[in-house]
Design a protein around this ligand. Structure first.
Ligand code: ZN
Length: 382
């Protein structure tokens, strides 16, 4: 059976599966129900004689072919199964956990980030079992804990499976991605001195102590940073909180959260020293909210990149236009921590991720299945 025919035959099953996985809420560390559903689907709808399924905490790893399966695989395809929460339920045109299919789109939290990729991988695996895939050993990971920026899920996977190459399945509008920015969220706490608010001269207002930092983040244009292939770093304040004994006393503590998107060459030390520069002498506590994820770019002459581009041409009949992601993915763990050459590719628009009314065009999911399947079948040279 060829891939086009397979997709044609499975269209309604793919739509149904994607809609079902959107209906199952799976916030980070709460993926249990979705894991149970996917495992049940794999065991009842796929030929289990053809694949090996392993669960590690809330991650699922699928190895193929079963006859020659190994933890040492050629390519690992990863899609995370957790999503960011829904905050503004009233802003959604369709309920965020309805998985509603309207015209050519499926709506819901996680539709594009990354349940569309999850569905595409599951139906790629199904195709490979149906054609008795017998090429080099490959693995698929459906991973937990990506959105919480812990790196936990993908690290648990990478400690089990040893791939030579990785494909991160995050929304890319079906373009090949060869790198992305890094990410670090840090919290800076300023300590003041409480006093009755009718006599502010007797205390130190912690919010006022934080003001120079807030001003610096707002007004410093990243001009001073060198332009890189990833552009310049960006930074923004995402949350501010203060502690006070009452609304009529001076706040004694103020914390500012900064979300920093780094470029190649930046490290924890360089970012920390840039943030703290010009704030010397202030009583500040610097706390990372999560570990630092470094930026990465795959060399344009790397064979993974070349072969991915050939598969793309073969799959879509046009010249690929590779891109770089502005956001961070599990790729920082695979490429930087584990030193495995990595690319990205996925259905859906990255600009719809984390938004109200998130959706994915179902045609994108079909196209991704075709690309992933052809990639598995054309690994010559890798
Ligand atoms: Zn995301």
């Amino acid at each position: 059976m060829n891939i086009e025919l397979y997709i044609e035959k499975n269209k309604s099953n793919i739509i149904k599966f994607l809609s079902q996985v959107i209906k199952i809420k799976s916030y980070s560390s709460q993926e249990e129900k979705l894991v149970t559903f996917i495992l049940h689907f794999l065991r009842t709808k796929l030929n289990t004689k053809k694949l090996y399924v392993k669960r590690i905490k809330n991650n699922i790893i699928i190895l193929l072919p079963k006859s020659n399966c190994s933890q040492k695989v050629n390519i690992l395809f990863d899609a995370h199964i957790d999503t960011v929460p829904v905050e503004n339920i009233n802003k959604w045109k369709y309920p965020p956990f309805s998985g509603k299919f309207v015209e050519d789109k499926i709506y819901g939290r996680g539709a594009t980030d990354t349940k569309a990729s999850l569905a595409a991988l599951v139906f790629t695996i199904k195709f490979l079992t149906e054609i008795n895939y017998n090429n080099k050993p490959i693995a698929f990971s459906l991973s937990s804990n990506e959105e919480d920026s812990s790196g936990k899920g993908i690290t648990e996977i990478m400690n089990y499976v040893k791939p030579r190459y990785c494909v991160i399945c995050e929304p890319s509008d079906l373009k090949i991605v060869y790198g992305h920015k890094g990410k670090w969220c840090v919290k800076l706490t300023f300590y003041g001195k409480p006093a009755h608010s009718s006599s502010p001269q007797n205390g130190i207002n912690a919010i006022y102590l934080a003001y120079p930092l807030i001003k610096k983040i707002i007004h410093t244009k990243p001009q001073q940073f060198k332009n890189t292939i990833l552009g310049k770093p960006t930074y923004t304040i995402t949350y501010i909180e203060s502690k006070t004994n009452s609304l009529n006393s001076l706040p004694y503590e103020c914390s500012v959260y900064i979300d920093y998107r780094s470029v190649i060459g930046e490290t924890e030390e360089s970012i920390k020293s840039w943030i703290l520069k010009s704030l010397e002498g202030t009583n500040i506590k610097f706390d990372p909210v999560h570990r630092f994820f470094a930026a990465w770019v795959l060399n344009k002459t790397h064979k993974l990149f070349t072969i991915a581009k050939n598969v793309y041409k073969h799959c879509f009949g046009k010249k690929p236009e590779p891109i770089l992601w502005q956001f961070c993915t599990n790729g920082s763990v695979t490429m930087v921590d584990f030193k495995i050459p990595t690319i990205g590719f996925g259905p859906g628009s990255p600009y719809l991720a984390h938004q109200d009314n998130e959706y994915v065009k179902i045609e994108d999911v079909f196209s991704a299945i075709k690309f992933y399947s052809l990639f598995c079948l054309h690994q010559e040279g890798l």
